[in-house]
Design a protein around this ligand. Structure first.
Ligand SMILES: Nc1ncnc2c1ncn2[C@@H]1O[C@H](COP(=O)(O)OP(=O)(O)O)[C@@H](O)[C@H]1O
Ligand SMILES: O=P(O)(O)OC[C@H]1O[C@](O)(COP(=O)(O)O)[C@@H](O)[C@@H]1O
Ligand SMILES: [Mg+2]
Length: 490
């Protein structure tokens, strides 16, 4: 984790005291407050020249590769000055902040970039880089001009409340912003619900609770209605916390805002319990989820140890990815077999799951199997007719692979190997895991993500998500963080 910019904030009940800011390496002095020297942005771009984020990225990438700079590629994020060229700049209020008084260099240099690949060969191109996250010397918003809003969308994940809290506290304590609105109930809340006012006092304790204090929903993304609402309410910073679907929606909002020439910064904070957002090292809440998943594995292990020939099947979340299942398995050491969507499996015959269970049973007397919810969906589909149901966001509804597998093992054990009487437990802790509050390390991580988002929006960046890349927090164009649209870069 990038602790180079680690700020701690006191509780609202105490007076803000000097915070700690640790810089892991010296920062270069910024030569110009506006665009960076290494920017690959085309200065002729204007609000009349509209391209999709993907087209813009491709253009930037090829522009950078053409330069004679050792193959250095900057995957740059959009900036408000791209389509509003004459925006005024202001000194960053952090310049005078007590919290930053103890450090030599408060601001991230304009040239600072984070490498996507750190394992390289001598002579290989320098490769893809992202802008380093953190406070800039000049900002594009005066504190009393800011009207920010925060929205949470998609499924729950430990740590959402911490991110909300730290956006609000970060805006208020670091930049003196006190006009912050909560959008209630996900994207549709922009046009169908009243907002709530968010202050450090209102959000003071929410990080101790699971879920999202702003409520969430699936479906309901209507770009025009959402941007109309942003315009009508005079909002100029939009913080969007959500997963892959949410970030696609955020990209559309950013495009529409740019099309209308509005001075509105759109910042995404990637949320996914499944850990399936591209580029970033890890999503928030993941450590908490893995820790909690182990409790379920432990329960299964206790159960199977206490009966003769016990088999425990633990289903964990992971739509298209087995990160939680795999990490919980590696951490627990009690799991005999972990089934994930990335690696196909089969039940019968040589090398099949049944053969494995049989051999482990003979060796050890019991078996614990962890299965990610997205694994083996093709098998479950064969036994169920209505397989193409979708949720309100358009995500395919998954079939219960845990129940299916337990059933198959029960049938197999009675029909084919009469000498083994298998007790099969299907443990499904999925919703219990994602509903808990984040643990200590996730709380720190959520704080860094929230503060990076605030620094980025204040600095005029837009259409970006934040997250650590090789341990350093960076600004990533929304389109690149989308696994289905991730570019294959040269
Ligand atoms: N392709 C898309 N374009 C625009 N909005 C989308 C898209 N996919 C999902 N959304 C919106 O994002 C929100 C959350 O999406 P969902 O897939 O449910 O969760 P998550 O963001 O956690 O993946 C929903 O309000 C949904 O309407
Ligand atoms: O919340 P729902 O609609 O029951 O959907 C369950 C799905 O939500 C998740 O917990 C999170 O999915 P998202 O990240 O897409 O919101 C998945 O792991 C799971 O498949
Ligand atoms: Mg999703």
């Amino acid at each position: 984790m990038d602790l180079s910019i680690a700020l701690t904030f006191p509780s609202i009940t105490t007076k803000p005291s000097p915070s700690h800011l640790l810089l892991s390496r010296p920062l270069f002095p910024s030569s110009s407050p506006g665009r960076s020297l290494l920017s690959t942005r085309n200065p002729s771009s204007s609000r009349h020249n509209h391209r999709t984020p993907r087209q813009r990225l491709r253009r930037r990438v090829s522009a950078a590769v053409d330069d004679d700079d050792g193959g250095f590629v900057l995957e740059d994020v959009p900036h408000l000055s791209d389509f509003l060229p004459n925006l005024p700049l202001y000194p960053n209020p952090l310049e005078k902040s007590q919290a930053y008084a103890i450090v030599k260099q408060t601001f991230v240099g304009q040239e600072d970039a984070v490498a996507q690949t750190v394992v390289v060969h001598k002579g290989s191109p320098r490769g893809v880089h992202f802008r380093r996250a953190g406070p800039r010397e000049k900002v594009y918003f005066k504190p009393d001009e800011v009207r920010a809003c925060v929205v949470t969308c998609g499924g729950l994940c430990p740590g959402i409340n911490t991110v909300i809290r730290e956006i609000v506290c970060g805006l208020n304590y670091m930049y003196g912003v006190d006009d912050i609105l909560g959008i209630v109930g996900g994207y549709r809340g922009f046009y169908s619900k009243n907002t709530v006012k968010l202050t450090p006092k209102v959000v003071n304790d929410i990080h101790k609770r699971g879920g999202t204090s702003l409520l969430t929903s699936r479906g309901g993304h209507d770009t025009i209605k959402i941007v109309d609402s942003i315009q009508d309410r005079g909002i100029n910073q939009v913080y969007i916390i959500g997963g892959d679907g949410t970030q696609k929606g955020a990209a559309l909002i950013h495009e529409e805002v740019e099309k209308r020439g509005m001075k509105v910064a759109v910042a995404g904070i990637p949320k996914t319990i499944d850990n399936d957002i591209a580029v970033i090292d890890k999503s928030f809440g993941f450590d908490t989820a893995v820790e909690e998943a182990q409790r379920a594995i432990n329960a299964a292990h206790v159960e199977v140890e206490c009966v003769e020939n016990g088999v425990g099947v633990v289903k964990l979340m992971g739509r298209y990815s087995g990160f939680i299942a795999m990490h919980a398995t590696l951490a627990s050491r009690d799991v005999d077999c972990c089934l994930i969507p990335e690696s196909p499996f089969y039940l019968e015959g040589q090398g099949g799951l049944f053969q494995f269970i049989e051999s482990r049973m003979k060796e050890n007397g019991h078996v614990v199997i962890v299965i990610a919810e997205g694994a083996g969906q093709e098998f479950v589909a064969q036994s169920i007719h209505d397989v193409n149901q979708k949720d309100a966001s358009g995500n395919r509804l998954l079939l219960d692979v845990g129940l299916w597998l337990s059933h198959k093992i029960k049938v197999w054990s009675t029909s084919f190997i009469s000498f083994i009487a298998i007790a099969c437990d299907d443990i499904d802790p999925t919703y219990m895991i994602r509903a808990i509050p984040s643990n200590a390390s996730d709380n720190i991580y959520c704080t860094l993500l929230a503060q990076s988002a605030v620094h980025g929006a204040m600095a005029g960046y837009t259409g970006f998500t934040v997250g650590p890349v090789n341990g350093k927090h960076a600004y990533i164009p929304i389109a690149v963080s989308d696994p289905s649209r991730a570019l294959s870069l040269p």
